[in-house]
Design a protein around this ligand. Structure first.
Ligand code: ZN
Length: 104
């Protein structure tokens, strides 16, 4: 389980670092465009990685076995991650972002 947390933290941190690098490289860049691009890439990767295995009876794939189910699962995860991050890091991240860069 710790390995999962390390992988999650690493991916999360690198995504935030990438956003900061892109913003730092182009001072004229719109941060919302960078954020939207990062989000689009993250969603694309999530959809790629979370494909059902093909067994219609697979219980593990139940939350992702239809387009509608995948969208519902994605919304659930976003809500879950948003709640966790808002509780732990968002305030610090917002403060950091307004002072020159987001923080993981
Ligand atoms: Zn499956």
């Amino acid at each position: 389980m710790e390995e999962v947390a390390d992988t999650f933290d690493s991916a999360f941190t690198k995504a935030v670092d990438l956003g900061n690098r892109l913003a730092g490289k182009d001072q004229e860049a719109d941060l919302w465009d960078i954020a939207d691009g990062l989000l689009a890439g993250a969603v694309q990767y999530w959809l790629y990685a979370r494909q059902p295995c093909g067994d219609a009876r697979c219980e593990d794939c139940l939350p992702i076995n239809t387009a509608e189910a995948r969208l519902t699962e994605l919304k659930r995860l976003i809500g879950q991650l948003g709640s966790l991050r808002m509780a732990g890091h968002a305030i610090a991240g917002i403060q950091e972002a307004t002072e020159g860069g987001a923080r993981a």
